[in-house]
Design a protein around this ligand. Sequence first.
Ligand SMILES: *Cc1c(COP(=O)(O)O)cnc(C)c1O
Length: 445
Amino acid sequence: MFSKNKIDSFIKQAPVLKEIMDLKPLIWLNPNIKSKAEMPSFPIKRKDMEAAAKLWERFAPFFVKAFPETAETKGILESPLKEIQNMKALLNQESTKIQGQFFLKCDNALPIAGSIKARGGFFEVLHYAEDLAINAGILKNGDDYSIFTSDKFKEFFSKYKIGVGSTGNLGLSIGIISAKLGFQVTVYVSSDAKKWKKDLLRSKGVQIIEFAGDFSEAILAGRQKTNADPMAYFVDDENSHELFLGYTVGALRLAKQLEEANIKVDTEHPLFVYSPCGVGGSPGGTAFGLKQIYGDNVHCFFVEPTHSPAVLTGLVTGEMSNISVQDIGVDNKTEADGLAVGRPSNFATTVSGHLISGIYTIEDNHLFTLLAQLMDTEKIFLEPSATAGLIGPQMLAKTDYAAKNKLKMENATHIVWATGGDLVPDEERNTFYNRGINNLAHSTL
Ligand SMILES: *Cc1c(COP(=O)(O)O)cnc(C)c1O
């Protein structure tokens, strides 16, 4: 806990904290960003990211067999990069014109999990499963990994347990992949987890333990229970290196897509990426990967709900994961699944603190409005959290960032990272959409 005096001293040092406490939508530019030349050394390196990409390749035959929907892409799980000109035109009517090209990275359409968690969550479980199998002597270099679908492997993994704390999407990804491999899985969910997510997990044989509190409490309980069991492994969203590494691979894949589309990223052609942020793992991993590839020519921004500015609070105060939004009187109540996080990941936030250009916040209502607008203009459905990046260029235009860094905005490429959506049931989709339409009818947004 922090005393009133301590909070006041944070505000004195960074007045933006007062606005954060007042729940104002705002954009904060990171004063501690490091250029490529002055970047400190991190516990994760480019070679780790490349090794992570290799692990995905080894598991491709497993995916083809276990999840036939991935056969078309030969077991590689990737999402399209789509230019969204109609949405751009609509946004341009409302506010400052977006300069440059405007794209959506459609992780809402990632196979199996329908969210960005298919990158980090799947990766960590696959990494663990591979380690177990190698140590047990049932897997060796060069084996065809479709062997992971065999009864022998399933029986082997059934002795082991996996636990995870989640507001929903991480639990979905860990639950689905772990159950498929044969693990016993327990998902510790916070009170805000949606019923359909719990039902879906139960239908896959996943055990659900519900908590009255928020995400941090679910994680705490899950961590204690899981770590007390020698046969159990806890996927720790607040600390995990593996989750982070899984996300970095998305950057390598995106770079390939940009190259294939002949989109340049260099000193004359800046790249901007806007990522919805919960604990900071997925946007942090993405930013880390992109910085490895593009250095100072990529500019990464995170987005958080005004009611859950966990990473922003950690960075602005310098307290990282020692401070929660509740400590500054913010309630962590948002309908943006995956972003309803009061305390950031320690590891991810420490890394991101050097890499990111800034963070902006957005109100829940605005997420729904954007959801409806994207549906109407592009026929793409995203879950509310995933729409948060759509106002990135407009928020950026409110600052002197481009001028200060002498960026050629007319040559810019903006990428909105759409982090989830495909698994949301129709009924929920309609409710979300109608809420957005209702906002549009009643507001001047
Ligand atoms: C988890 C999630 C995020 C944020 O990822 P973190 O690693 O928690 O920062 C963003 N959008 C969606 C849809 C998510 O499920």
